[in-house]
Unconditional design. Structure first.
Length: 392
């Protein structure tokens, strides 16, 4: 296990009827709030009126900024930052999923910066100040409510990059599982795979010979996500299953899973970000479409981790016992792919609606991310081969 630092400063308020404390919590940071959300879902569900009423009853003045897209865009975030400055916002309330929270973080940082907001995402500048953010999570998937990451798409360049800073970690996160009861099953599936991918990236790429705490955390949480999603497939309002998914979503990418794990990296995110940047597909769907291809391509070099996954998470010990290593890995990948397919997630690019991808452009962007994220061991030929494999 390598040296590491871990900090999780977000105050998490979890459970039923917790929004009643939103006003009191918000007042700790100010009385002028910019309410950021997506399109119409929180209005249709009544959550918008509920949040505004709670805030105003607590003496907080609210201005709203809506229209955040599933892949949040730089131009929209810039305009949000300008609005935050114009109203002298003291706190930002993000009501939505990871996309809304990610853009809220961008707005929070942009409002305190006189330069180009994209500087933070292209690593030309470092975030040194931001307006406090409070998150009300409605689509658990990315851990944006508990982490220091913000991902934004620059539509001028079709690049989807991330910025990191402790200054943009939400100060508080409200996690009420009942807010996810109306979430369509398709998007629950995408979110569930997103959660799993955050955990499995480091698990499969780990070169640590002994990391029982981190491996156990990943294995237990992934099994919980899979079983909970299976329960939601049968009953979309299953409270316990929705609660488990929401809690797993908050934990999966807050830095805990990969803390101290030697070799842990995020190649599938490196491969997926160009897909959702260029083709505007849901991030979780893109990850589901690329992950089986990556496993097949990397099979021989990560075989021990694939077999561990098959044994401890897919519970395939008896099925793969005694098989030649490559054949055993193939069985594990096949079973995992079937589970993905059973959730109604895409298992390749064609399933995701991408029949003729611009592979040179995808490779170009993935190469840039290799550099920004410090991911080694992938040539342009490797990247192109994985994208081609993901078409099958």
């Amino acid at each position: 296990m390598q040296n590491f630092e871990f900090s999780s400063p977000t105050r998490i308020i979890f459970g039923d009827d917790i929004l009643k404390d939103l006003g009191k919590t918000t007042r700790d940071f100010g009385t002028k709030a910019l309410l950021v959300y997506g399109r119409n879902s929180i209005r249709e569900s009544g959550l918008y009126e509920r949040v505004v009423s709670i805030l105003e009853d607590s003496g907080i003045s609210v201005e709203e900024y809506s229209g955040v897209k599933p892949n949040p865009e730089l131009t929209h975030a810039r305009e949000g930052a300008e609005k935050a400055v114009a109203m002298n916002a003291e706190v930002i309330i993000a009501v939505g999923g990871g996309s809304v929270i990610d853009e809220s973080k961008a707005i929070a940082a942009g409002a305190c910066y006189s330069g180009n907001l994209w500087d933070f995402y292209s690593r030309k500048a470092t975030i040194k100040k931001a307006i406090p953010v409070i998150a009300v999570q409605t689509l658990p998937a990315t851990s944006s409510e508990t982490n220091q990451v913000s991902v934004i798409t620059n539509t001028d360049t079709n690049e989807k990059f991330g910025a990191r800073s402790p200054f943009i970690i939400p100060r508080a996160a409200f996690l009420d599982p009942s807010l996810t009861f109306t979430l369509p099953l398709k998007y629950t599936a995408y979110a569930s795979f997103d959660i799993m991918s955050h955990l499995l990236e480091g698990y499969f790429t780990s070169t640590d010979s002994f990391a029982p705490v981190q491996d156990g955390f990943v294995e237990g949480t992934v099994r919980a996500v899979m079983s909970s999603f299976n329960m939601v497939q049968k009953d979309v309002r299953n409270k316990n299953a929705r609660a488990a998914l929401m809690w797993a979503g908050a934990l999966a990418w807050n830095g805990l899973g990969n803390a101290g794990v030697e070799g842990a990296s995020t190649p599938n995110h490196m491969l997926e970000h160009p897909l959702s940047a260029i083709y505007d597909i849901a991030h979780g769907a893109g990850l589901a479409a690329i992950f089986p291809a990556w496993l097949k391509y990397k099979r021989d070099s990560i075989a021990p981790r694939i077999l561990l996954f098959g044994d401890r998470i897919l519970e395939m010990g008896d099925e793969i016992k005694g098989l030649e290593e490559g054949s055993a890995c193939n069985k594990v990948i096949e079973k995992f792919s079937r589970w993905i397919q059973d959730t109604d997630c895409p298992i390749n690019l064609r399933d995701a609606g991408i029949d003729n991808p611009d592979i040179p452009e995808l490779v170009k962007q993935a190469r840039t991310l290799c550099g920004l994220w410090g991911i080694e061991g992938y040539s342009d030929e490797d990247l192109a081969a994985i994208y081609r494999l993901a078409l099958k």
